[in-house]
Design a protein around this ligand. Structure first.
Ligand SMILES: *[C@@H]1O[C@H](CO)[C@@H](O)[C@H](O)[C@H]1NC(C)=O
Ligand SMILES: *[C@@H]1O[C@H](CO)[C@@H](O)[C@H](O)[C@H]1NC(C)=O
Ligand SMILES: *[C@@H]1O[C@H](CO)[C@@H](O)[C@H](O)[C@H]1NC(C)=O
Ligand SMILES: *[C@@H]1O[C@H](CO)[C@@H](O)[C@H](O)[C@H]1NC(C)=O
Ligand SMILES: *[C@@H]1O[C@H](CO)[C@@H](O)[C@H](O)[C@H]1NC(C)=O
Ligand SMILES: *[C@@H]1O[C@H](CO)[C@@H](O)[C@H](O)[C@H]1NC(C)=O
Ligand SMILES: *[C@@H]1O[C@H](CO)[C@@H](O)[C@H](O)[C@H]1NC(C)=O
Ligand SMILES: *[C@@H]1O[C@H](CO)[C@@H](O)[C@H](O)[C@H]1NC(C)=O
Ligand SMILES: [Cu+2]
Length: 567
């Protein structure tokens, strides 16, 4: 029997290898381990991949297959998510713990196998278990197929720019403390560029990241917001960006001085060495839309340094600092977001089979009678919560949702997730206190294969309005409209861009506003949709779309890999 199973697994492997015979296969080993990392004058035992921080950059071409064996030598459960990869029929390789797999336990391993097809640009990978992604992340670069080229002049150099968030503490302790007290977690102590805080922080100048450029050349920066909890503005002194892509889809190029990335989002920009040869800071700092909430108000920098051969670098010059938008400059965010367009007319579903209206926002739970006061240190003795349509999502802890769905195991989740808010109210107004307490649940929303789906994501002002970066696993979607206040189908539908909207995997829902996305449910599986501020997913701002198998030959999820971790 075992031998038969092994044979079957090998045959399946062979079959999937043949299916993706167009591209190359890249094999990698990731060892998740504690590594000494010195930042802000102190040495921490950070969890890293292969001892690198940030982790290894994966470089592939469109159409290639990735095979990554992850071995867990750390003391925490871990999983890896390939952020933005569509995972067509390979949901077992998506990674969110207890959604598509049980975690890889300390000492265990799991091999993620998947093909990347029809996506070009910059994605990334990160841990999807507790707050491990604070230090477990890296870039995933997808270049055009070998016989094809970029839809812009070939850049002279390409540099990944990973924006991160650093705690002068163990991030797992930070989230554990918040879960215990019910209060907001401690804010970070630094932002980082490629793992380094830069010149404006104590003990950090020596490690400052240098981004080389030469006069006249045009280079590609692949900017990734890997921060846990903070949307970030990013800019360079005296230079302009030409935005050419986001979330591994190309955009109609436009120029701007500053870009905004919510956690999870990527943006590809071209920069040209058209300034006097010198040194210029690249800088990132917070866009903070929540009111009365503490945030990390520091600025991370790297240095754009002109290196014009045969002369050596002007390394002694003090770099020029750019102006950054004010932390609350929502107008800049709106102007930037409105500039994003697909390069040409795209196929957006014009009819809709599934129409969902989802409120996304925070909540406060009353202190349960059995809890001591020290466990209710949220505002006025409450505990922080968050929800989608008033359901505060709780993960299973003994099986993944995908396994339960695949094997037909009942009692793990229910499929009664509401397609609209259970109570209608003035979402962005002065919301009555009686509406502030969401209800915990593991509820999923089922949809038929091939459904044309529209989701209205509506921010609420409960506790505070806030810009929420909402990420959908397994899909890219078109953002057909965004606005402020309450979405009004009568008034707003006529403004939808069904011609050239941007295609993304994460939408930054405007603070006290809404966004409308559309996609075709052509990928069967269990797909997490959640706020990519880790503090909010910790509080329950998530739900799961269960996309059923279709009837066609390539419309069913593949069988689970033999080494899928079990609980
Ligand atoms: C959070 O911040 C408080 C106040 O600075 C500090 O006492 C506490 O140790 C911090 N918690 C963690 C887990 O670092
Ligand atoms: C953020 O820090 C700057 C100094 O870098 C200060 O001027 C500003 O008041 C701070 N803003 C907030 C909201 O803390
Ligand atoms: C931004 O915050 C400053 C104070 O830090 C305040 O004066 C200003 O009015 C705020 N701007 C907006 C648009 O809220
Ligand atoms: C806490 O209570 C005070 C006094 O009743 C009130 O003014 C404040 O709005 C409350 N804060 C929250 C977040 O509920
Ligand atoms: C998992 O746990 C739930 C609730 O804790 C329980 O009802 C269910 O039977 C368990 N399922 C499995 C497969 O162990
Ligand atoms: C919000 O409504 C409450 C009553 O529900 C009222 O006491 C409060 O003053 C209102 N706040 C504002 C800013 O209108
Ligand atoms: C959420 O559900 C709880 C419990 O039924 C209720 O008290 C609360 O008003 C609901 N809130 C919203 C926004 O629907
Ligand atoms: C690690 O995962 C296992 C399931 O595989 C689970 O039972 C255990 O509680 C997890 N440990 C932690 C610390 O979350
Ligand atoms: Cu959020």
């Amino acid at each position: 029997m075992e031998a038969f199973k092994t044979l079957l697994a090998m045959l399946l492997l062979l079959a999937s290898a043949l299916c993706s015979a167009n591209g190359k296969t890249h094999e990698h080993e990731f060892v998740v381990q504690a590594t000494k990392v010195k930042r802000l004058c102190k040495t921490h035992n950070a969890i890293t991949v292969n001892g690198q921080f940030p982790g290894p950059t994966l470089e592939i071409n469109n159409g290639d297959t990735l095979v990554v064996k992850v071995t867990n030598k750390a003391r925490y459960n871990v999983t890896i998510h390939w952020h933005g990869v569509r995972q067509m029929r390979t949901g077992w390789a998506d990674g969110p713990s207890f959604v598509t797999q049980c975690p890889i336990r300390p000492g265990g391993s799991y091999t993620y196998r998947f093909n990347v097809e029809g996506q070009e640009g910059t994605l990334w990978w990160h841990a999807h278990s507790s707050w491990l992604r604070a230090t477990v992340y890296g870039a995933l670069i997808i270049r055009p197929r070998e016989e094809e080229s970029f839809p812009f002049p070939k850049p002279k150099r390409e540099t990944p720019i990973l924006l991160g968030e650093w705690w002068d503490a163990n991030p797992i302790d930070v989230v554990t403390e918040a879960t215990r007290t019910g209060a907001a977690p401690n804010v970070s102590d630094a932002y980082t560029i490629n793992g380094q805080p830069g010149d404006l922080y104590k003990c950090s100048a020596k490690g400052s990241v240098i981004v080389p450029i030469a006069s006249g050349e045009t280079n590609l920066l692949r900017v990734i917001n890997a921060a846990l909890n903070q949307p970030l503005f990013f800019t360079i002194a005296n230079h302009k960006f030409t935005v050419v892509g986001a979330d591994a889809s190309y955009l109609k190029p436009f120029t701007t001085k500053v870009i905004l990335l919510g956690p999870g989002q990527t943006t590809d920009v071209l920069i040209t060495g058209d300034q006097p040869p010198s040194r210029y800071y690249l800088a990132a700092r917070a866009y903070q839309s929540a009111q009365n909430a503490g945030f990390d108000n520091t600025t991370t920098t790297a240095i754009l340094e002109y290196r014009n051969p045969p002369h050596s670098s002007p390394s002694k010059v003090k770099p020029l600092m750019p102006l950054l938008p004010a932390y609350n400059d929502t107008n800049i965010v709106t102007a930037f977001t409105k500039s994003l367009r697909s390069p040409k007319k795209v196929e957006v579903p014009t009819e809709v089979d599934e129409s969902l209206f989802l409120t996304v926002g925070l909540g406060l739970n009353k202190c349960p009678p059995s809890f001591r006061a020290r466990r209710c240190q949220g505002p006025n003795g409450t505990r922080f919560a968050a929800s989608v349509n008033n359901v505060s999502f709780t993960l299973p802890n003994n099986i993944s949702i995908l396994q339960a769905q695949y094997l037909g195991i009942p009692g793990v989740f229910t499929t009664d997730f509401p397609a609209r808010p259970p109570v209608k109210f003035d979402y962005t107004g002065n919301v009555s206190r009686s509406l502030w307490q969401p209800v915990p649940g593991t509820k999923a929303y089922k949809m038929k294969f091939g459904s044309r789906v529209q989701v209205v994501l509506q921010d609420t002002s409960i506790v505070t309005p806030e810009n929420h970066p909402i990420h959908l696993h397994g899909y890219d979607f078109y953002i057909v409209a965004e606005g402020f206040g309450n979405f009004d189908a009568k008034k707003d539908t006529s403004k939808f861009n069904l011609v050239d909207p941007p295609l993304r995997n994460t939408v930054a829902v405007p603070v006290n506003g809404w966004a409308v996305i559309r996609f075709v449910a052509d990928n069967p599986g269990a797909w997490l949709m959640h706020c990519h501020l880790d503090v909010h997913i910790t509080w329950g701002l998530a739900t799961v779309f269960l996309v059923e198998n279709g009837v066609g030959k390539l419309q069913s999820i593949e069988p689970p890999p033999a080494d899928l971790p079990l609980c």
